[in-house]
Design a binder for this molecule. Sequence first.
Ligand code: SAM
Length: 409
Amino acid sequence: MVRFAVEERKEWRWWVTPKPLAGKPVHRWYVFPHSFTSDLVHALIDEWGLTSKDRILDPFAGAGTTLLAAKEKGIPATGYDLSPLAVFVTRVKIANYKGSHLKDLWSRLRRGIHPARWTGAAKAYPDLVRAALPGKMLAAFEALDRDIAGLDATRTERGFFRLALLATIPEYSRAVAEGGWLRWVDRRRTTVTLLADLTEKVHRMLADIEESPGRDEGAWRVQAGDARSLPDTAPSYSAVITSPPYPNRHDYTRVFGVELMFGFLNWEQTRRLRHQSFHSHPEARPVRPDTNGYVRPHRLARAVAQIRRKEQDPRVKEMIEGYFLDLHLVLREVRRVCKRGARIAFVVGNAQYRGVPIAVDELTAEVGEQAGLKCEKMLVARYRGNSAQQMGKYGRNPSRESVIVFRRP
Ligand SMILES: C[S@@+](CC[C@H](N)C(=O)[O-])C[C@H]1O[C@@H](n2cnc3c(N)ncnc32)[C@H](O)[C@@H]1O
């Protein structure tokens, strides 16, 4: 069995969670349930001595933490994500704005909003969206979205207000994201408070703008892309700071189903995104590039055999196997697009199924080495407890959450 150097970094334990982002300007505009914190990105940038001559890659951009944190430090960065919501959120966060002009635009937009016209939604939305925003609620969100789209402003400026609107949806939706799942709640909110809540959100965002650095915009870029086949043709990155979805069955297309189908995709497109996403949940069935060169690690084969004896659903085994195939492809792509000597950090969380532990950190290190990277160390940031249900059945079995550090030879 291959062994890797392990270092405890307990002082990073909150940085592998999104909690501290709630207090950080611009980052807090929109947070993903599994985001890490900008402090982690800043610490790695400092530890690696990156400068404005470097370029950082995040192939799983999510809510844009790496890109925005890189911008705060003046280091150019590029991000990709399969989800149009993630690309949109990241793009809005890394843009430069003129606060005074945005304030004028908001006054103009605000004057053109007429709640009396929030009667019926014009578009045919999927059932999930209609059930989550029942009655006049959906019509109200749609009308506000239309008012923003009709604003005489740049695409970037309209994006700013649209993000405020999207960030308001969870406060009104009856489908609430909880621990990576959607839970239905009997929430009796009406449209009466919607405009006041949106106004408050816009004001809070405007207050952050004054503090956000106005750097050369072209240096920070995000676009739709699959981490398993990146569009880059030449090695151009000197660092990677990223976090793939954890293999914990959480499906981003479900957690953000309302936002995705309200603002970006129809039902069929959402289903396709679900299938094509990283194999971190049982409903994924991605079409992959060839996986030549991948050899299934022994410890993975052993764990899968144990799980197969206990788990009826064959998709769980497929998910675990597929997860490491996907990781292999991403790490291979990372090797291809990184310059020699590049530093690479993957934030990963261990998992367990039916009481069988899967050491995602060690397996990531092993699969990365197969892909041609050198694992320097595993930085253990925290130990997560298993769910109360799992604990009752299998005992206390904390899972490591770690940062795997590679170097491109
Ligand atoms: C753990 S989140 C990243 C969170 C991010 N580090 C942050 O701080 O906000 C993982 C992201 O991977 C994206 N994703 C899933 N499959 C992907 C793929 N094949 N290629 C690129 N992105 C993918 C999801 O849409 C999600 O935004």
